[in-house]
Each structure stands twice: as C-alpha cells, then as structure tokens.
Write a protein that binds this ligand. Sequence first.
Ligand SMILES: C[S@@+](CC[C@H](N)C(=O)[O-])C[C@H]1O[C@@H](n2cnc3c(N)ncnc32)[C@H](O)[C@@H]1O
Length: 215
Amino acid sequence: MTAHDAEADGYEPHDYDALYRDTADSGGPPWDIGGPQPALAKVLDRGVKGPKVLDIGCGPGDLAIALARRGYQVTGVDISRVAIDMARAKAAGEGLTVHFEVQDATELSLPSAPFDSVFDSGLLHSLHRRGGGAVEAYLALLPGLAAPGATVFVLAVSLAAGHGWGVTEELLRAGFAEPQWVDTDIEEIDVAAETGGRELSLPGFLLRTVRASDT
Ligand SMILES: C[S@@+](CC[C@H](N)C(=O)[O-])C[C@H]1O[C@@H](n2cnc3c(N)ncnc32)[C@H](O)[C@@H]1O
C-alpha cells in the first residue's frame, strides 16, 4: 500500500510498517512533522504529571523523546515495529533512555502501568478510522493504564476536516465520561501535517482529562 492509498482508504494495523518504510526517504507519513504536535508541545512544560509517562501510538517517537528530555520516565508503544525501530534509534542518538515497545493499543499489556500522564497523539482517530470495535477496546483499557489523578491528553483530527474521517466532540465526551474521568476539557486546535513537502493544518481537538481517584 502506498501513502496515497492509505490516506484514501484508512489504515489497517499491518499497513503501518509498509507506510513508515515506504515514506522513510521522503519525510515520513503526513503526521511525521519531525517533532511533537504544536498543541501538545505547549503542554510539555506545564501540566505533565510524572514521573511515569506513557505515549500510546508514539510513531517515530518525537513526543516521547521530548518528554524524556524533560526528565520523565517514558514508555512509548506503537503497533509498527518500523516506527519503534526509528524511535529507538532517535532516542539512542540523543543518549536518552526511553522504553519503546511494539504493542497493539487495543490489547495493551504493560507491567509498568499505571502511569501519571498518558498521551495519545493521533491514535484515537486512527482507531476510529479502522472501526471494528478498536476504539471501544482501547477506551476500555485506558482507565487501567492511568493512575488515580493521572492526566490524559488526546489529540485528534476532527470530522470537520472534511476528509470523511475524524472524531467529533461528542465521541470524545462519551469516551471520557464520568465517573471514571473528571475535569474533562476539550479545546479546538490545529493539527499539523506535512505531505509532499507541503505543510497542512487540519481542524482537531485536544482533550485533557483526569483519571478519577475513586472508581
Ligand atoms: C496518526 S499516527 C500518530 C503518530 C504519533 N503519535 C504522532 O503524533 O506523530 C498514528 C500512530 O498510531 C499507530 N497505531 C495505529 N494503530 C495502532 C494500534 N492498534 N496500536 C498501537 N499503535 C497503533 C500507528 O502505527 C501510528 O504510528
């Protein structure tokens, strides 16, 4: 599958390795902007609870590495071995220790859980595109990964981007409802992407929520 086909049809789990491999010489897939999403970069110096931080669907690792640079104990997981190999090489190049692992977010099993902060930069909308109960399976596992009082950040492209995929505010609110999640805040943001050397900006959401202490 080429990046173009995947963009049109949506990605199956096995497509991600091919996509990362096929685009390695041309700047990576559209979401690989060479650093964390700007809306998440803003929260890195405030609002991240530590010491243990999880980045689910970490891709080539830029967000996880930015967190590790700030001294957090970071675990990054992704379904793509190619992406995880890239992330490991980047972290090693900076002399940083980040625990990167190949795992399917719909069946995550991490003995190091629970985490004090959890990041999802573009995973939820990818699972939503895939359908077949992937979102439900992922959302059912998340509460067990977040410690009581942990902060969870989810950055997702909005359906309003007009590509026929993306999430709605209602879907996010339903997925992070009380009593398991409290103080949920959803901000409209711009999601950055790059394709064929062109910079794109897509409408999206940044959800921030807190894992309730007593459920
Ligand atoms: C839109 S990309 C975002 C990558 C990175 N977080 C970023 O912000 O650049 C979605 C990532 O989720 C990964 N992914 C897709 N389905 C997954 C699954 N079931 N479990 C774990 N990772 C998955 C893909 O391999 C891809 O790296």
